[in-house]
Unconditional design. Structure first.
Length: 208
């Protein structure tokens, strides 16, 4: 949906207007979140925006049908997101879990609320100040379960994916040396997809 939105005629007529309006609202939310994250790092409020963290937005609709044997399968296996951050809108059926202190915690849906997950790229550029969250989606005996995941990243547009990202210099010191090497979004996401959702963070490949 950004930086190069699709032709509206390519979107389903029944959902066209709401998809465009929703993506615009998510982009507005992303700008606010980046200001708050920048300030929490002691940086200028526009820092993360200015380096392109909200330049791209990819939206994926997830449809999980009811599963007759949910104990024998997963909707989506354990993984982290390759984005800077992800805004997730889920329905009221639940099923999203996050890994916290080696335990899977249910993220109970709250009507009218969204879930914001930190992604791998924000962990890389903040040198582990923010941590990408491991999460998964459980299969359910009831359904379908529907969610909309909005990833802030630019990798689908090659010409927009050549910017180099590494640990932010203002966050580094002798006490906190860089943990990761520099990379482009394109190279990072290519590695993310090549390794698959195996439960191992793509960041391991980029550690110094």
């Amino acid at each position: 949906m950004a930086p190069s939105p699709p032709d509206p005629q390519e979107l389903p007529v029944v959902r066209r207007d709401i998809i465009i309006e929703f993506s615009n609202k998510v982009m507005e939310l992303g700008q606010v979140l980046l200001q708050l994250l920048s300030e929490s790092l002691g940086l200028d409020p526009n820092y993360l925006r200015d380096i392109g963290c909200a330049k791209g937005l990819c939206m994926f609709a997830n449809y999980y049908p009811a599963c007759p044997e949910p104990d024998l399968t997963l909707g989506t296996s354990s993984h982290t997101d390759s984005s800077f951050f992800t805004v997730l809108l889920q329905d009221q059926l639940g099923g999203l879990q996050v890994l916290y202190q080696n335990q899977w915690i249910e993220v109970t849906p709250i009507h009218g609320a969204v879930v914001v997950n930190m992604g791998d790229l924000i962990q890389l550029i903040t040198n582990d100040r923010f941590i990408s969250v491991h999460h998964r989606a459980l299969a359910k005996a009831v359904g379908p379960r529907i969610s909309m995941a909005c990833f802030f990243r630019t990798h689908l547009i090659p010409m927009e994916s050549t910017a180099i990202y590494g640990p932010i210099k203002e966050l580094l010191s002798e006490e906190y040396p860089p943990i990761y090497r520099e990379t482009t979004v394109r190279d990072f996401v290519s590695h993310f997809y090549s390794k698959g959702l195996n439960g191992v963070s793509a960041l391991e490949h980029f550690k110094i």
